[in-house]
Design a protein around this ligand. Structure first.
Ligand code: NDP
Length: 288
């Protein structure tokens, strides 16, 4: 039987809000399945209390924790070391505590790459069109470039995210051979041209997410060719209008559920050194 003991190793989630998160169920079930004496708890901690909370968790000797909004950026300055992806993006979603030394990682991009691969697609050396430059999109951009996607065209409107993406792209150009360009969304002809040359189209924006399920980031359906892989980071609804249109046109299409699962699996592995039993977790928590 699985129970909390005097040896139980603590992991968890910091952010605000956290109550909606699926991570506690996912990790605790995986600990149970592998009979690991670990536990995962969610803590509602905003940026005002983050530093104090992190000091406390360090003093308690927790194994590590996840970060969600609004703590991902601030956590970067509180970590002792950062993975290449976290250093480039200025965001951290996973901390590993090795005897008081905190190392920060970003596992969302890892989750995305694994999701695409497990769907049977190889995008290494190929071209990607990425819509959006927010948190999820930036993580995808960085990991794809680090992993060897050859060319990435990013689309966003010219705002703060656009500027931040330009900084990220500069850093990626120093560290990778990936040919990355960023464009303004408003130029629909450029968008069409870039998608036409891409192996994969990724929606990294929140357009189409519930409750606005009637919206679609792509307005010109002629971009969907049978050999275009279409990936939507959104997982609520499970099938966005974008995915419906892509499927109707015969494109291989995937939602963000596996990305969500695999980013958790990557954190789990960093903490425990064990592989998360993803099939069991998926069956239990990802089938609605
Ligand atoms: P952010 O707020 O960081 O980014 C949102 C992005 O969407 C920005 O690029 C924003 O661009 C763009 N956007 C919003 N509205 C529009 C619009 N009308 N037209 C064009 N672009 C628009 O959010 P996140 O990155 O955290 O989340 C984005 C989506 O990804 C959500 O649906 C979330 O649920 C999902 N997600 C999925 C994950 C997974 O594991 N599958 C992980 C994390 C998030 P602008 O600069 O114009 O604001």
């Amino acid at each position: 039987a699985y129970e909390i003991t005097g040896h139980t190793v603590l992991t968890g989630l910091l952010g605000s809000p956290v109550e909606h998160s699926i991570s506690p169920m996912m990790h605790n079930e995986a600990f149970r399945q592998l009979e690991l004496d670990y536990a995962y708890l969610a803590f509602n901690v905003g940026t005002d209390k983050l530093e104090t909370a992190v000091e406390g968790l360090k003093a308690l000797g927790v194994r590590g924790f996840n970060l969600t909004m609004p703590d991902k950026n601030l956590m970067c300055s509180l970590a002792d070391e950062l993975s290449p992806a976290s250093a480039i993006g200025g965001a951290v979603n996973t901390i590993v505590n090795d005897n008081g030394k905190l190392t920060g990682y970003t596992t969302d991009g890892i989750g995305f790459m694994r999701s695409v691969k497990e769907d049977g697609h190889d995008i290494i050396g190929k071209k990607m069109t990425l819509l959006g430059a927010g948190g999820a999109a930036a993580a995808i951009l960085i990991q794809a470039a680090l992993d060897g996607v050859a060319e990435i065209s990013v689309f966003n409107i010219r705002d703060e995210f656009f500027k931040r993406a330009e900084d990220i792209i500069e850093k990626l150009k120093e560290k990778t051979d990936c040919n990355i360009r960023i464009f303004d969304f408003s130029d629909s002809e450029v968008l069409k041209r870039e998608i036409a040359g891409s192996a994969i189209l990724v929606n990294g924006t929140s357009v189409g997410m519930a409750p606005n399920t009637e919206r679609c980031i792509i307005t010109d359906d002629s971009v969907f060719r049978k050999d275009l892989i279409v990936f939507d980071v959104i997982y609520n609804p499970e099938e966005t209008l974008l995915l419906k249109k892509a499927k109707a046109a015969g494109c291989p299409a995937s939602n963000g559920l596996n990305m969500l699962l695999y980013q958790g699996a990557a954190s789990f592995e960093l903490w425990t050194g064990r592989e998360m039993p993803v099939d069991i977790i998926k069956e239990k928590y990802f089938k609605r």
